[in-house]
Ligand binder design. Sequence first.
Ligand code: SAM
Length: 292
Amino acid sequence: MIDHQQEKPLAPSLPSGLYVTATPIGNLADMTGRAVSVLKSVDFILCEDSRITGKLLRAYGITTKMRAYHDHNGDKMRPSILAALADKKAIALVSDAGTPLISDPGYKLVRAVREAGHKVFTVPGASALTAALSIAGLPTDRFCFNGFLPPKSAARKKLLAPLLAQEITQIFYESGPRLPATLADIASLAPSRPLAIARELTKLHEEVINGNAKELATLYQGKSVKGEIVLLIHGQTKTDHAQEENLDTLLKTALEKQSLRDAVAEIAALTGLPKNTCYERALLLRSASKEK
Ligand code: SAM
């Protein structure tokens, strides 16, 4: 007698479409059951790096073939992906880790697939962004995700200054080696601002360090930091805002009557704030007044 149960395919066929599939951010066990089933069932998997995704697929006994899709071949690949979807194929998109499109490739592909009238399905799961936010101890009701900060300090501070003036939690992806310099920049702009550094989430050395910008900049100064990091900054509070407005008023008055250097020295002595903080603020005020 034939056992029909055994004849059932392990990987049932899926409706045609692009399956944007999250994968773990470090701990292989964070793969969802649905992600495994989808990756087994699709016709092929688009991935950034087949060595990284191959490791995940082997761990889950998934034998589906992979094709590379990344920032360098996206333009070339999209027509053939659209053709495969027109041919009723089911295709998964994964990134090296976490949720595709979140500081990872895929946005132009999703847009093109939707514009062509094909289905896009989500297979949700881990993302360093939400994992960090959910354990950092900073307000979660409103937040702004900013991806990676610029590598150079001047550009970084230019981007940070207006974000630090917002009342919502600001979130960045950061690398270990760059962390000390980034913390120093934040400390120069907003020394008392509470931060959280979420490092190596879901891995053996997972940690979240809380403190204000000045404390953490001092703690990490000159250190070589390893691992992957999400940096979270508390939004500006009404007290911060009042203090910064007060500092701006004092600096503007001081700048009218003397050089930038003397104005910074005077206001640092008057307020007890670090010279660096007054200096950064004075530079911002001066460039804002030049732009007017
Ligand atoms: N798409 C991914 C996601 O959903 O989280 C993010 C990809 S982005 C190219 C990689 C960055 O995410 C890392 O540089 C780091 O800032 C952050 N990240 C990824 N895994 C992490 C982890 N386990 N712990 C902390 N941050 C992580």
